[in-house]
Design a binder for this molecule. Structure first.
Ligand code: ZN
Length: 208
């Protein structure tokens, strides 16, 4: 219920030293639209005054829609907790987030939905080399959205299953289907029928 409030909490850019260091999500000032590039900014300047200092940060962010072959995120916010710790030249961010997803069961093709928890472990470093896995930042503020988004995207199931006991395809209702077929259908939905298939249909007609 209070999600909207939490998301729009302190939407401005000004640094308010007396305010608590809550993550700020959502585009500045505006309400977070479905496809807005949300940000989850955490001020770490104070933390970095002493090595080893740490603080936990609650995460709640609505990501723009993420999808892989046969599964996608829902409209619900991604939530979790990370511990931000001051290290040499930067901060480490360790924790986990959980989120809900939905997808097409690879056996029965019914839509299935579930929650997933995924670990997060990243290091932000001032002047991080480009070819490293470290994330470059200015030393004062980190944005957790790319971190959360990557973690979510990488953990979305490629071939979802509605349950271990799924009875599998019901040939009367659904033909057997492969991931490649799902991809083809999605492409077809987006662009219309593949002309090569139309050509095949033509061929069949000619032969009859
Ligand atoms: Zn199933």
């Amino acid at each position: 219920m209070s999600e909207e409030h939490a998301l729009d909490h302190r939407g401005g850019n000004e640094d308010q030293p007396e305010s608590e260091n809550r993550p700020v999500a959502g585009p500045t000032g505006a309400s977070a639209g479905q496809d807005s590039p949300a940000r989850l900014l955490v001020n770490v300047g104070d933390l970095r005054r002493r090595l080893g200092q740490r603080r936990s940060e609650d995460i709640e962010v609505r990501l723009a829609h993420q999808s892989v072959v046969a599964s996608r995120t829902t409209h619900e916010p991604v939530q979790g907790v990370v511990v931000v710790e001051s290290i040499e030249r930067g901060v480490s961010v360790i924790g986990s987030v959980h989120f809900s997803w939905e997808g097409d069961c690879r056996r029965c093709l019914e839509i299935t939905t579930d929650r997933l928890q995924v670990d997060i472990g990243e290091i932000f470093q001032v002047d991080a080399p480009e070819d490293s896995e470290l994330i470059d930042f200015d030393g004062d503020q980190i944005d957790l959205v790319p971190v959360v988004r990557d973690a979510v995207l990488l953990s979305l199931p490629l071939a979802p299953l509605c349950g271990d006991d799924c009875a599998g395809p019901d040939p009367d209702r659904y033909p057997a289907i492969t991931v490649a077929e799902i991809e083809r259908r999605r492409a077809e939905e987006a662009t219309g029928p593949d002309p090569r298939w139309a050509a095949l249909d033509q061929l069949d007609l000619d032969q009859d």
